[in-house]
Ligand binder design. Structure first.
Ligand code: ADP
Length: 495
């Protein structure tokens, strides 16, 4: 049996038998029933209770049924009224329906007749309720969508850095006012054309297109590109793919930031460091050499102690000279004035030479230093060989320095896509996770029990990173404290 839980029916009839019989039938059908013997009582109940359906006798003493119907309609649109009427008054029933009654049931009626007509009215109520609910839900969803959309639009519009979104064909679908201002576009310019029509830098446009076509699945290999607009302003562009729900690439988003002031500061700082280092280098070198002469000329038993002190002083001056050398290198790299003489380089040969050069240092610590190359020769690189020597010299020297006596250092080179991949692996001290992204910062040195006494400047890895940036390469490090480290370098082969 269909349940009508919660639905309340009021029976309004002056005949008690009809009221009681209807109550029983309705209760059995799952409705709640309330009874009223006349119009006034019915209206009273309607004021206080929530009624869904009214069974209304049209012929009652006192207030006439049609009048009650009129008042109910004034009270509520949703209450369904079923009029109860004798055969003789079918016309009145029809009139009642015209005035807003839902149905009628002739007297005397069978229990089934009553059940059917009340159930029908209840069904109609539920239809109305459901339609109402759906309508509300639909308008809420639309409202939510609309506010969500305009919220995101407002955020992008008021974003202080330039934002531009392109589709996989490279057409601009969205750009914010900051982007137009940064690039010097008219504020009225609209999207729709290829990115190169708006952005005057072919490298950034190419990167954006590659990203939008899903060529950079791994976000980490997307470089930040810096470019100048030719008016002494520098801009940094960062790109990311726009991914759909199934992680499919729908396009690319570029974020452009004006880095002119940062560049200027950096340049001032590099100039300062270069100047100070330069001024310090010659007197320090002189002291260093003079110390050597003094030590050499010392004779006699009693001078051994002094000799020792002077030898330690000479070690310190050597450290300082190498720090100054590193500082000068770094500032030159940062200023972009390191003279790049790109030329064809055979990386396998270059690595062999560095290893031969550094073998004695490894042997002093009883370490094995090996090079593993693929069977097939690596393609030629076009790069500055001095930069490459500095990169791998630094990495292998670090591996020797930060590995215990008797440790193993292995250098491997192979192809990884369009890149030559070089790994410098050691089973030395390793680096704890928390320091991994710090070691590429200038002057950062991990100071623990094992490394505290190893001399260094904290500039080796920043130099390596700076040089790699300048030749389009990247570096990554994996390490486990106490077990060893692997520094992986990727250098693209320009075919
Ligand atoms: P430096 O070696 O002059 O201190 P670097 O910039 O070359 O400076 O290295 C920074 C720090 O990174 C080092 O002080 C050291 O703590 C850590 N490090 C570098 N290479 C290794 C390595 N192969 N194994 C363990 N630690 C390393």
């Amino acid at each position: 049996m269909e349940t009508a839980s919660g639905a309340t029916v009021m029976v309004v009839d002056d005949e008690q038998d009809i009221r009681d019989a209807s109550e029983r039938i309705l209760n059995r059908a799952g409705f709640q029933a309330l009874k009223a013997s006349g119009g006034d009582e019915a209206l009273d109940i309607l004021e206080k209770e929530r009624i869904d359906i009214v069974l209304l006798d049209l012929k009652m003493p006192g207030m006439d049924g049609l009048e009650v119907l009129k008042r109910i309609r004034q009270l509520s649109e949703t209450i369904q009224v079923i009029v109860i009427t004798g055969y003789a008054t079918v016309e009145t029933a029809i009139e009642a329906m015209k005035k807003g009654a839902y149905d009628f049931i002739p007297k005397p009626f069978e229990p089934d007749q009553l059940r059917i007509v009340v159930n029908r009215a209840w069904e109609k109520i539920r239809f109305i309720q459901e339609a109402h609910r759906l309508e509300q839900e639909r308008s809420r969803t639309l409202y939510d969508l609309d506010t969500e959309k305009s919220r995101i639009r407002t955020i992008i519009e008021s974003f202080p850095s330039g934002v531009v979104v392109i589709d996989p064909k490279g057409h601009v679908v969205l750009m914010n006012p900051a982007f137009k201002k940064l690039i010097g576009l008219d504020p009225g310019v609209t999207p729709g054309r290829p990115i190169k029509d708006y952005l005057p830098n072919s490298e950034v446009c190419r990167m954006a297109l590659e990203i939008s076509q899903g060529k950079h699945v791994d976000f980490d290999d997307i470089p930040n590109l810096e470019f100048s607009l030719g008016d002494n302003r520098y801009i940094m562009a960062r790109g990311r793919p726009v991914l759909g729900q199934k992680k499919e690439c729908l396009g690319a988003i570029l974020n452009l930031v004006d880095i002119t002031s940062m560049r200027l500061l950096d340049q001032l700082k590099s100039e300062f460091v270069a100047k100070v280092s330069h001024e310090l280098r010659s007197p320090l070198s002189t002291i260093h050499e003079q110390l050597a002469i003094v030590i050499r000329d010392m004779v006699g038993e009693e001078t051994i102690q002094d000799q020792h002190i002077l030898a330690r002083a000479r070690e310190k001056t050597k450290g300082l000279i190498s720090l100054i050398g590193d500082l000068l290198d770094l500032s030159r790299i940062e200023e972009g004035i390191i003279c790049h003489e790109p030329q064809p380089v055979r990386l396998d040969e270059l690595l062999k030479n560095i290893i031969d050069f550094l073998k004695p240092s490894a042997q002093k610590k009883n370490q094995s230093l090996t090079l593993s190359l693929p069977e097939q020769a690596l393609p030629e690189l076009v790069a500055d060989p001095i930069a490459l020597e500095s990169i791998f010299g630094n990495l292998i020297t670090n591996a020797i320095n930060y590995t215990q006596d008797g440790g193993e250092i292995n250098v491997t080179a192979d192809m990884a896509g369009i890149n030559i991949r070089i790994r410098v692996k050691d089973n030395g001290f390793g680096i704890a996770d928390k320091y991994l992204d710090k070691i590429f910062e200038r002057f950062y040195r991990v100071k623990d029990d094992k490394t505290r006494y190893i001399t260094g400047t904290g500039l080796g890895l920043p130099i390596v990173k700076g040089l790699l940036d300048s030749i389009g390469g990247i570096i990554d490090v994996e390490s486990e404290f106490g077990k060893g480290s692997v520094f992986t370098v990727l250098i693209p082969v320009k075919l």
